[in-house]
Ligand binder design. Sequence first.
Ligand SMILES: C[S@@+](CC[C@H](N)C(=O)[O-])C[C@H]1O[C@@H](n2cnc3c(N)ncnc32)[C@H](O)[C@@H]1O
Length: 251
Amino acid sequence: MPESRQYNAEYYDAFEWPLDDVKLYSQFTSVDSDVLELGCGTGRVSLPLAKKSKHLTGVEISEPMHNRAQAKCQEKNISFLLEDITSMNLNKKFDLVIAPFRVLQCLEQQELIDGIFNVIHDHLKNTGTAILNVFNPLYSKDEMAEKWIKNEETFCGETILSNGDTLKVWDTRDHLDAKNQVLHPKMIYRRYRNNELVDFHTNPICMRYWYPDQFTQLIEAKGFTITNTWGGYNNEVYGEGPELTVAFEKK
Ligand SMILES: C[S@@+](CC[C@H](N)C(=O)[O-])C[C@H]1O[C@@H](n2cnc3c(N)ncnc32)[C@H](O)[C@@H]1O
C-alpha cells in the first residue's frame, strides 16, 4: 500500500470532521437499497447510512481503518471488505455507489482513476446512482503553487482522547506537483500526556485536485450521465462552494 494511505485510524476518528454529508447520501437510499461505499475508512458514513438501507458494503484498503470500522459495527446489514477500489470485482451490482470525503483525490495516477471508474461501471445497476466528491480548489491553476505552499507547520486543531491524552494536529505543505495537479500535504499528530509528548505520527497524503469543469468532464468522458451537482452541504451552487459533489448514472 502506498505510504499515503497509511492512516492512523484512531487519530482519524478523534476529530469531528466538519462535514454534513450523510444527509445528502441518505436522500439516495431507502430500505430497499443495496449500497456500495468505496474507501469507507472507519465507517463515518457507512454506519449511519446502513440504518436507512437494505444492505451496505464498505470497502477499504487500509487495514487499521477497516479494523476500526469492523470494531464499531453492531449492524447486521453491513459488510466491511479489505479490497482495492481501483481493481476489485465483487460480482454484484448496487443501487447506490458512493465514495464520500474526497476518496477520488487519493488516486493520483491515471491508471488508478481509470480503475475506480471501471469498478463503478461494473458494480452499478443500470437504474442505479453513483456519487463522487472532491474539494473545490481555493486557488486558480496559476496561483496554486505560490499560494498553497507553506514553509512552516500550521496548527490545525486539538482534541482530548478517551484516556485523557491531548491530541494536537499540524500540517505541512512543502510539495505540490502543479503539472499533474497533485498536492502532497503531511498531517502531523502529536499526543501529549501531562504536557509530555508521548506519541508522534506523520500521515503523508496525496490529493489530486480537480477544478469544477474538469471534474464533470472526467465523469462524462467515462461514459456516465450527470444527474445532479452540489457545491457543498449547505445548498451551495456547484463551483461556488467548498465541495464538488456530482451524482451520475449509466447512459
Ligand atoms: C479521506 S478518507 C475518507 C474515508 C471515508 N469515506 C469518510 O468519509 O470518512 C479516504 C479513504 O479512502 C481509502 N482509500 C484510498 N485509496 C483506496 C483504494 N485504492 N482502495 C480502497 N480504499 C482506498 C483510504 O484508505 C481512506 O480510508
